[in-house]
Structures are given as structure tokens and as C-alpha cells.
Design a binder for this molecule. Structure first.
Ligand code: ZN
Length: 674
């Protein structure tokens, strides 16, 4: 599971520990459409040992080789579109200021950012602003030999395939469709299913799942489901299977990295991961996950595989993701304090005792410094990650929970002074409160959400972990958020010395409600519903506490000069409401109460008030802030001496967005160069 950021609201006077960071660092890289691209620093990299740096270097190579897999998982035409656009873009001889060319460049930037033709967040298809005529004319100028594999000398066929893919808004309109009551498989443009219906997929997996199995594998995690000779079958992603060329490269660089691992535990989980990539066996992936979660001694760690399931409308297949990181020792002390007290938080929560874990096990948490972002984490990046996702492994072996502090600090650095809170907060009191407390309160929210929230609670015996179906992700994120919100106001945090000011939590409460009721609407187009699970969870929580606090006037929506503001009148009662809702959402999860869960999300988390929405969009537009942010990676280079011995790994922050994307497509693209 992952936590994403509400980037625009991180506009704070900075309380960063700037000592670790380079002064005058330029965070801003590019700005287009609804996107801002930034760069992040990797403080502490230079101080690592040569062995650790070399280990990280090869792991970053293994991470970058997965990029094409995600493109193809997101839609079967993505690689073809990207490759064709890049050919046109790099071979273009005309005026690069021509509006049609600029529009093609914009579209290509969007395709890179979305890892395909759909928006990374809304999953809606991008609408190109250049004409069909311009596109076809540029295609005509390419040599037949240059065309993508499978289309060499066949320009006409290529045009026929790409025309609806790029220019018909109704075709492949949505990557992940979550609309209640529709066939989610047929209507989603993602490439995890081909030629099968939702009913066929569900019937297929219900034959495989055994309710009595207490250690089930993650069915469908690494496969595409399709039909052969009328029978539903899975095509595994593996060496000699689907995506073999990319996975072979990943295995090659994991093998190189292995030689520089810090300890036997890391070598053991790398071996198991390679076995999984070679065999496609889900059991090997579970064994890998257990080895991975139990290795906590090393400083360097990584994610490399089919991990999060948000890209699959049925929530089964993992999108390929890579990330390499190392421990931020100083900041890790904060989350260690939280997890050392995990049992206190579990035992004292407002949840019914039947749904609590008697013993919270192995919740490890640390603050990390990201060294590379790849696949599903790139360019848009989570700020917190809690893995593995397998429920029984989490229950029996614990989970690893990390906060990416150099990423949140980059958000802060880039957002300082953008005027957002001044526009949307009720008064200067709230603005000052957020300025003073929000950096630490946000970090604690992430820690509590990831380290404890997702790890808390249990299912009653016999309850299927997928019982909440399409509402599962939203309710799970809501549960983790509620756990975090409830405990942010707990005196324990002051007692532990994490908060020095007992009112710190109010900054997070205010931001959360303001975002859930209003400002997150900046991410939604007029007339659309809320669909993304994290947004739905923030919305249903905020709307629910607004309504259930009405009698006590806990929260008001106040009008002033034609503008709407959130006014929180009673923070203590608000905390109690969070506690009540936490108990209810935990009950829904623990008992698999699909119908109540569905009603909760549909009643509070989906529909948007069009008048308020229009107002928020108008106020936001005046600030000219990009609602979505992402990152370019630093560039790592091996330094060798005259005898070809590695003597150092250099890190550089000088690559721009276009150069990085073109370089990745040139150097890390085994699936298009076949
Ligand atoms: Zn989460």
C-alpha cells in the first residue's frame, strides 16, 4: 500500500533540517499541463561506503529496466505510441516553436508522465492538441526502416492502429474504470485482461481460491488473463514468459547487485526474487516477501516487482514498480518510537476488541532516503509505503513501513510560498497553525498511517480479504487515515516527546478536512465524480464527520465574500468522530460487510457538489499551481580506475525531464528494441 501526497498544501515555511541538503538547490525542473516536475536530493549518498554505493548503483539499473513493463501493463498500445512519438520528436526538422509541434511535445510529456496514454491519477485518456494531419505528415517523413518493430515498411498499418488510440476520445477512454455496476474488466483500457469479461475472470479465480487456505498466494499478481481456444488462462510475467526481455535485464542487474549486498539476508531475498522472476511462481514471491520483511539489519533496501494493485480494476494484478533507498538514521528514531509503542496504540483504539490484534507483531518502520524511483513510483511518487501486501504474511511476519523523507522535503522546498493556504484557510490563525506545525504533523500522519494504521486490526475467521471488492482500497486507505487522525491527538505523542506542542495535531486536522471537503477537488474535472481510492477515502471521512458533527456544530462551511471556508469549532469532538468512524470502518473490514462499505463510500466519497467545485477550481486557477507533481531522478555513474576497478559512484542532479525520458527510452527499453 502506498500514501500519496496532497502536494499543493505542503506550502510551508520550511522547518527542514537543511544541514543535510545542498543550499540553493533548484527543485523545479519542468511545468506543463497539470504537472510540475521537480528533482529531489539524496542527502547522505556521498557518505555511504563504496560497497553500499555500488550496491545501490546496480539496484538502480535493475529498477530502470522495468519501465517498459509498466507502460505495457497500463495499455497494450502505450509502447507503440511512445516509441512513435519519440521518433517524430527526435527526427523533427521543422520549426520547434510551431504550435502543432509544441502540442505534440506536450502530449509526449504527458505520455511519459502517465507511463502511457492515460493520466496517472484520473486514469482518463489524454486529449492531444495537435491535428491528425500534422501527426500523419510527420510519420510520412520517417524512414520506413525507422518504424517500430512489427511496422517496418508498413506506415499505413501503423497509422490505422494509432489513429483511434491517439485521437478517438471514446476509444480506451479510461485505464481503470471503477464505475459501480459496469463490467470493470471490459471497460478498463489497462492491459491486465484481454478478451475476457469480469464475470469470467471472477469465475476463473473463484475456482482457484480455497476458502480453507490460511496462507493463500496473491492470485493474479503477476499475470495477464486472456483466453486460449476459448479457455480462460493466465500469462505469467517471467523470464521466457510475458515481458521476458525486460525481466531478464532486471535479473541480470539484480545478480550484479547481489555481489555487493550488505549481508546474507539481502542475498537470500535477492536469490528468491530472481527465482520468482525465473519461474513466475507466486509461492516464490511469498517466500521472497517473508525474507524481505524479516531483513531489517541492512541500510540499503529496495522494491522491485509487481506490487501495488491500484492499476487493476479488480485489484489483483500488481503494477511493476522499482525503488532503491537507504536508511535515514536520524529521522528513523521518530518512527521507531511509534512502532515501539505499537501495542499501546492497538490496544487503546476505539475499535471493538474482537477486531483488534491481541499482539501486534513485527511492525518495522523507518525513514528512508530514496535513491531512485522507477515504474509505478516514477515520475509520480508515493511518500509512504507499507509492504508486503499479502495479509497473512503481514499478520505472521509483519510488514515494512517507510516514509520517503527526502521526497516530502522536496515537495516542501518546491512549494514554499505558493499562496495556497492563504487562499483556502479560514483565517490567519489556521494559516499560522499550519505554518508552525504542519511539517511535523504531516510526517507523523504518514508514520501512523503506514506503520500502524495498515498494520492494525484483523479479519474475523473465514472473512475473505477481497470481500469489499472494488471498495476495498478506499476503505483500507480510510481505515489507515482514521487510525492516524485519531492518534495524532493522543497525549501519548507528547509524552513520547514527538510533539512538543499538544496542539500540533490541529494543523493536520484542519488541513485534512479542508482538503477532503474542498481543495482536493482541484484534481477533478468539472462534472466528474471522485474515483481514485485515496481521494475517495479523504472525501468520505471528511463528509461523514461534517454530517455527524452537525448537531454539535463541530465543523462549519462558512461563506465570506462569495468564498467558502472550512471552520472547525471543536477539535476534541472532531477527534471523537474520527474514533467512531474508525470503529465502524474496522468493523466493515473485519466482518467483510460489503454492502455497508459500499453505501458509506457511495454516500460520502464519490459525488461532488458542482457549485462548490466550480468555486474551488476558480480560486485555485488564480494561484497557478500544478495539482500533480513528480520527479526526475539523479544520474548515477560508476567511476573506474585504470585497472577497471570501481572506485566511486558519482551522483549528479543536472538532467532535465525530456533528456531523462529520452535517455531511459534509449538505454532501458528492452521491450521496444526487440
Ligand atoms: Zn495507505
Amino acid at each position: 500500500m502506498k500514501t500519496t501526497i496532497i502536494a499543493a498544501i505542503m506550502a510551508l515555511s520550511s522547518t527542514l533540517s537543511m544541514a543535510q541538503y545542498r543550499e540553493g538547490f533548484d527543485y523545479r525542473v519542468d511545468r506543463f499541463a497539470d504537472i510540475e516536475v521537480m528533482r529531489y536530493q539524496v542527502p547522505g549518498f556521498e557518505q555511504l561506503s563504496l560497497q553500499q554505493k555500488t550496491y545501490i548503483y546496480y539496484l538502480t539499473e535493475a529498477a530502470l529496466y522495468g519501465r517498459d513493463i509498466l507502460f505495457d501493463q497500463n495499455c497494450k498500445y502505450n509502447l507503440l505510441v511512445r516509441q512513435t512519438l519519440e521518433l517524430i520528436y527526435t527526427n523533427y526538422k521543422g520549426n520547434r516553436e510551431d504550435p502543432e509541434f509544441k502540442a505534440l511535445e506536450l502530449y509526449l510529456k504527458q505520455v511519459w508522465f502517465g507511463n502511457g496514454i492515460h493520466h496517472h491519477y484520473s486514469t482518463d485518456k489524454f486529449v492531444p492538441q495537435f491535428s491528425k494531419k500534422f501527426f500523419n505528415k510527420q510519420l510520412d517523413k520517417l524512414d520506413d526502416e525507422q518504424l517500430p518493430a512489427g511496422y517496418k515498411m508498413k506506415k499505413k498499418a501503423l497509422k490505422q492502429v494509432l489513429e483511434p488510440v491517439i485521437f478517438d476520445p471514446a476509444y480506451l477512454a479510461k485505464r481503470v474504470n471503477q464505475a459501480d455496476g459496469e463490467d470493470l474488466v471490459v471497460t478498463s483500457a489497462c492491459n491486465m485482461y484481454e478478451g475476457v469479461t469480469q464475470a469470467e475472470v471472477e469465475a476463473y479465480y473463484s475456482r482457484l481460491k480455497k476458502p480453507s487456505d490460511t496462507t493463500p498466494v496473491m492470485w493474479g499478481l503477476n499475470t495477464r488473463v486472456t483466453k486460449h481456444d476459448g479457455r480462460v488462462v493466465e500469462e505469467p510475467y517471467m523470464v521466457d514468459g510475458r515481458y521476458s526481455a525486460a525481466i531478464s535485464k532486471i535479473v541480470q542487474y539484480l545478480t550484479k547487485a547481489r555481489a555487493f549486498a550488505e549481508n546474507d539476508g539481502q542475498r537470500a531475498y535477492i536469490d528468491k526474487l530472481i527465482e520468482f522472476y525465473r519461474t513466475g511462481e507466486l509461492k516464490a514471491f511469498d517466500e521472497y516477501s517473508i525474507l524481505w520483511v524479516e531483513e531489517t539489519a541492512g541500510d540499503v533496501d529496495f522494491i522491485n516487482g509487481f506490487i501495488e494493485v491500484y492499476g487493476d480494476p479488480l485489484g489483483m494484478t500488481g503494477s511493476w514498480e522499482g525503488m532503491v533507498n537507504f536508511r535515514n538514521s536520524e529521522a528513523s528514531r521518530r518512527s521507531a518510537l511509534i512502532t515501539a509503542n505499537a501495542q499501546y496504540f492497538e490496544s487503546n483504539s476505539p475499535v471493538d476488541d474482537r477486531f483488534k490484534k491481541e499482539e501486534v507483531r513485527g511492525v518495522s518502520a523507518k525513514v528512508i532516503t530514496a535513491a531512485i524511483l522507477a515504474g509505478d513510483s516514477y515520475p509520480s511518487t508515493p511518500i509512504g509505503i507499507n509492504l508486503p501486501n499479502s495479509n497473512w504474511i503481514r499478520a505472521q511476519h509483519g510488514s515494512k513501513s517507510v516514509s520517503l523523507e527526502n521526497i516530502t522535503d522536496a515537495y516542501d522546498g518546491a512549494a514554499a510560498g505558493n499562496g495556497f493556504n492563504e487562499e483556502f484557510a479560514y483565517s490567519d490563525t489556521e494559516v499560522q497553525m499550519m505554518r508552525r506545525h504542519l511539517t511535523i504533523a504531516d510526517k507523523l500522519h504518514t508514520d501512523l498511517h503506514e506503520c500502524l494504521g495498515h498494520a492494525s486490526g484483523k479479519l474475523l475467521p473465514g472473512v475473505d480479504k477481497n470481500a469489499l471488492k472494488a471498495y476495498g482500497s478506499t476503505l483500507e486507505e480510510g481505515r489507515a487515515d482514521l487510525f492516524a487522525l485519531y492518534y495524532l491527538a493522543d497525549p501519548k505523542l507528547v509524552e513520547l516527546g514527538i510533539f512538543t506542542d499538544p496542539d500540533t495535531y490541529k494543523a493536520e486536522y484542519y488541513k485534512y478536512i479542508m482538503n477532503g471537503l474542498m481543495t482536493q477537488l482541484t484534481r477533478i474535472e468539472p462534472g466528474k465524480d471522485i474515483e481514485e481510492s485515496h481521494m475517495r477515502n479523504r472525501k468520505f471521512i471528511s463528509e461523514w464527520v461534517l454530517e455527524h458533527g452537525k448537531a454539535d456544530n463541530v465543523i462549519e462551511l462558512v461563506k465570506r465574500d462569495g468564498k467558502t471556508f472550512v471552520k472547525i469549532n471543536d477539535y476534541v469532538k472532531l477527534r471523537n468522530l474520527f474514533g467512531r468512524l474508525l470503529a465502524e470502518v474496522q468493523r466493515i473490514k473485519s466482518t467483510g460487510d460489503y454492502e455497508t462499505g459500499r453505501q458509506l463510500v457511495e454516500a460520502y466519497g464519490v459525488k461532488v457538489d458542482p457549485v462548490l467545485h466550480a468555486e474551488v477550481l476558480e480560486r485555485y486557477a488564480k494561484l497557478n499551481i500544478a495539482p500533480y507533481k513528480g520527479f526526475v531522478n539523479p544520474v548515477y555513474t560508476l567511476v573506474r580506475d585504470d585497472n577497471d576497478i570501481i572506485v566511486d559512484v558519482k551522483i549528479a542532479y543536472n538532467e532535465d525531464y525530456i533528456s531523462q525520458m529520452l535517455r531511459y527510452s534509449r538505454d532501458y527499453s528492452p521491450l521496444t528494441h526487440q
